[in-house]
Design a protein around this ligand. Structure first.
Ligand code: C2O
Ligand code: CU
Length: 500
């Protein structure tokens, strides 16, 4: 168990539903100051997660192996911290596969407690999704398999055990899953670890002994650590050898939202979001990333310069206290060190991808989701309750809003959605592409449109939830099943929890 120190709200205070907001102000765990960044020198080479080895079996299936295990990591020289990782001590290798390939993963659990492994952003059958129902017991191996059936994207994987996701991810269980599409001829930098760089951003809090703490001082919105790391490297630098680099940013933090840009405010191109490439590059100076969101950016450098990737104070919307929730914090994340001479890179193409725009007129169902405290539509997550039943292949609109003044976001398994509107207005270009997670500014209404897959399974639900992991663990989650048009509505007794 990660040590819990310092004042915090009691669970009971947080779980009183509609009353929680009132209690929040009287809750001693919310300091009135932000989190100062712990000073670091940027003198450690950025760790690049290795590409996971795989083998292709006789039937053409590409097979990977991942083992969740304990280890220890020196985030600072000479100080070992207990951590968890896949096939190593912290984080996991990058899985990579092509659209159309059949993949399989042998997921082994070498921890002392059950876990699961979820493929965040992936379209796949619910029984392979790795949500809370697909538990892997200690010492056991789970073998999901599915066909990659979506455009190129930066996806990721992380555990999803019921009530324990925050701790499993925080200790280090997370990694990237890159989907390639051989049909894409986008001309973006794509040499992994050379000019196409994974950047997994996480904040951590360390105690005096250098151990990770999970509840140092705040109850809301979850842990906000004073150390920010990239791929597990604190104070990371990257030697850049090309005119342009593509950074695949993943916010794998448990609660913190970032607003990423560069220290000199230079413009860059946003080229992809959660579910893949934008239709065209979007020139900007900042991109907001709430937990689980991804952004692919391309930035140009001049020979010899040092450029800092920085998180600026994020706009959290009308929250009760921006300062208390990280809205005034600034962190340096990664220093880019350009070589004295840079190899030329192709220009960023003017068009990137065809986005199959879903049309409001094609939606057959509109559902409403109101988030408050730890409840969605007044209900807390119940493993035995199916909240929504979706017809295979249906186009639906999900209208989502947060009615309390805490930071929340909204993630839906299996689909990539498009943001139709926010309070009736079209979204900014950074929310114009394929998304599976969206930050919810309090009080605003997000209309999301999505088309569900044909993977039907009345017994195995998919999840939708807030991806601030303490919120998720404490109940801000619901379940949906995808069924054939004519099948009867499933009941609780149909829900399958498999232990592997
Ligand atoms: Cu990234 Cu339900 O999770
Ligand atoms: Cu939340």
């Amino acid at each position: 168990m990660i040590r819990t120190t310092g004042p915090s709200c009691t669970r009971r205070q947080l779980l009183t539903g509609a009353g929680a907001l009132l209690l929040l102000t009287g809750c001693t765990g919310v300091p009135s100051t932000g989190t100062p960044a712990r000073p670091v020198a940027f003198d450690a080479p950025l760790a690049i997660p290795p590409l996971a080895p795989s083998h292709v079996g006789p039937d053409g299936t590409r097979v990977f192996e991942l083992t969740a295990q304990k280890g220890s990591t020196a985030f600072r020289p000479g100080v070992q911290s207990a951590t968890w990782g896949f096939n190593g001590a912290f984080l996991g290798p990058t899985l990579r596969a092509e659209r159309g390939e059949q993949v399989a993963v042998a997921v082994s659990n070498a921890l002392d407690e059950p876990t699961t492994l979820h493929w965040h952003g992936m379209r796949l059958p619910a029984a392979m999704d790795g949500g809370p129902h697909q538990e892997v017991a200690p010492g056991r191996t789970w073998r999901p398999t599915w066909r990659i059936d979506q455009p190129a994207a930066t996806l990721w994987y992380h555990p999803h055990p019921h009530g324990r996701t925050e701790e499993h991810v925080y200790r280090g269980l997370a990694g990237l899953f890159l989907v390639d599409d051989p049909a894409d001829a986008h001309g973006l930098p794509s040499a992994y670890g050379v000019d196409d760089i994974p950047v997994i951003v996480q904040d951590k809090q360390f105690d005096d002994d250098g151990q990770l703490t999970l509840d140092s001082n705040r109850a809301e919105p979850g842990l906000l650590g004073s150390t920010v790391m990239a791929n597990g490297t604190v104070g990371a630098y990257l030697d850049v050898t090309t005119e342009r680099v593509r950074l695949r940013l993943l916010n794998a933090s448990t609660a913190r939202t970032y607003d990423v840009g560069f220290d000199d405010d230079r413009p860059f191109h946003l080229v992809a979001t959660d579910g893949g490439l934008l239709a065209e590059p979007y020139g900007t100076t900042r991109v907001r990333l709430s937990p689980a969101e991804r952004a692919e950016v391309v930035v140009a450098l001049v020979p010899g310069e040092h450029l800092m990737l920085r998180s600026f104070p994020p706009n959290l919307g009308d929250v009760a206290s921006s300062t208390a929730f990280g809205g005034t914090d600034t962190f340096d994340v990664l220093q880019l060190r350009a070589a004295p001479a840079l190899r030329s890179s192709p220009p960023v193409p003017a068009a990137l991808a065809d986005i199959d725009r879903l049309r409001e007129a094609d939606a057959t169902v509109v559902r409403e989701f109101a988030l408050a405290s730890r409840l969605i539509n007044g209900a807390r997550m119940d493993m035995d309750r199916i909240d929504e039943v979706v017809t295979a292949g249906a186009t639906e609109i999900w209208q989502v809003h947060s009615i309390d003044r805490l930071p929340h976001n909204f993630h839906i398994h299996d689909v990539q959605f498009q943001v139709l509107s926010i309070d009736g207005a079209p979204p900014s270009p950074e929310l114009g592409g394929r998304k599976d997670t969206v930050y919810l500014e309090p009080g605003r209404t997000y209309r999301l449109i999505m088309r569900f897959s044909d993977h039907t399974d009345p017994k195995n639900p998919y999840m939708y939830h807030c991806h601030l992991l303490r919120h998720e663990d404490e109940g801000l989650m619901g379940q949906f099943v995808v069924v054939d048009r004519d099948s009867p509505r499933p009941t609780a007794s149909d829900v399958a929890t498999h232990r592997h």
